[in-house]
Design a protein around this ligand. Structure first.
Ligand SMILES: *Cc1c(COP(=O)(O)O)cnc(C)c1O
Length: 380
């Protein structure tokens, strides 16, 4: 079956009692046993729930793994996979990974004895140089946030294989519709389902999709032991959202491409960061490892922080807000909003300036988005 068909059908219709077309919500903490050792597959909702399992089966199919655990946030998914490692283990990650992930690695797992190297993963040589005999994982997040730099997924897999490390990819920005890291050799994929998988800005959730039995079993154990699973209600919402993932991603991308092209020609815009523009430094890599370019883009206005702020406040269709991946367009100022958890030198080193704006392009008509952005730029 094709991707879009699997989005709609996998895991979904199992109600034999009434034949409901959608998955029922099972809001129960516990399940009655038929006798000693005899359950109907579930005993306690922290450990397993039929609504959550329907979503997990769907996601296994979309990413091409063997198992999935749906968690209560994206951060809880990342927290869970980091428990695969022991004190002394070394992990290589990009210097421009998601701020919350950086914070979790740098100020929680570092205290627990894990060692991290944060490098510019745009150059594979930096990754090779960072490898030590203790390196157990290469953490991949591509494209990066907010400047949309790409990391060569297959290249990371090759380095990891040659040193006995595993690769874990945060695939939040592309969704499995545009990028499937497991097919490129990655061992584990994590998502913030808060973003494109759910797609409607009305839930926070995450997931972990494993490709190997040993990781699947350990991750399942950890998610249950730490109590990280998402609620049946949240699972149901994401399951509803994910059914339209394909058409939504197409609509998101159509708007992003149109807006990026418009911005790249506007006199008040200095620079546009979007991997779908042929002058993006990683355009060739984008075409080879993704089947689309997504709908996140950033741009530098020709002016300072004041102009950036005016553009945000004058636009009407782009809400000034953090987060991404919902049907409604959002605009934000990384230097004072999404990336304040990075210190100033780190922000500047990563290329974030006070004139940088980040946009999550929704599924509105591209002409309306362009007209609104044109108004904002011209009146700012
Ligand atoms: C939002 C996000 C996360 C964290 O997810 P939450 O659902 O907010 O906990 C992790 N990685 C990336 C790339 C994100 O965009």
């Amino acid at each position: 079956m094709h991707f879009e068909t699997r989005c709609v059908h996998v895991g979904v219709s199992k109600d034999e009692t009434y034949n409901s077309v959608t998955t029922p919500i099972y809001p129960t903490s516990t399940f009655a046993w038929d006798g000693i050792g005899k359950t109907r597959g579930y005993d306690y909702t922290r450990s397993g729930n039929p609504t959550r399992r329907a979503l997990e089966e769907n996601l296994i199919s979309l990413e091409g793994g063997i198992d999935c655990r749906a968690t209560c946030t994206g951060m809880s998914a990342i927290n869970a996979v980091m428990h695969l490692f022991q004190p002394g283990d070394h992990i290589i990650a990009g210097h421009d990974i998601y701020g919350g992930t950086y914070r979790l690695f740098d100020s929680v797992f570092s205290n627990a004895g894990l060692k991290f190297s944060f490098v510019d993963m745009g150059d594979m040589e930096n990754i090779r140089k960072a490898v030590t005999p203790q390196t157990k994982c290469i953490w991949i997040e591509t494209p990066s946030n907010p400047l949309l730099n790409l990391v060569d997924i297959a290249g990371c897999v090759e380095i990891a294989k040659s040193t006995g490390a595993i690769t874990i990819a945060d695939n939040t920005f592309m969704s499995p519709y545009f990028q499937r890291p497991l097919e490129l050799g990655v061992d584990i994929v994590v998502h913030s389902m808060t973003k494109y998988l759910n797609g409607h800005s009305d839930v926070v959730a995450g997931c972990i999709i494993s490709k190997h039995k040993e990781h699947a079993e350990r991750v399942g154990y950890i998610v249950n032991a730490l109590g990280l699973a998402c609620s049946p209600f949240d699972a149901w919402l994401v399951l509803r959202g994910v059914k339209t993932l394909g058409p939504r991603m197409e609509a998101h991308q159509r708007g992003a491409m149109a807006l990026a092209t418009f911005l790249s020609k506007h006199p008040k815009v200095e620079k546009v960061y979007y991997p779908g523009l042929p002058d993006h430094p990683h355009y060739a890599l984008a075409k080879s490892q993704m089947t689309g370019f997504g709908a996140m883009l950033s741009f530098d206005v020709r002016g300072g922080r004041e102009l950036a702020e005016q553009v945000m406040t004058k636009s009407k269709l782009f809400s000034m807000a953090e987060s991404l991946g919902g049907v409604e367009s959002l605009i934000e100022h990384p230097d004072t909003m999404s990336h304040v958890s990075m210190d100033l030198p780190a922000r500047r080193a990563g290329g974030i300036t006070e004139k940088t704006l980040r946009v999550s392009v929704g599924i509105e008509h591209p002409d309306d988005l362009i007209a609104d952005m044109q108004f904002a730029l011209e009146t700012a």
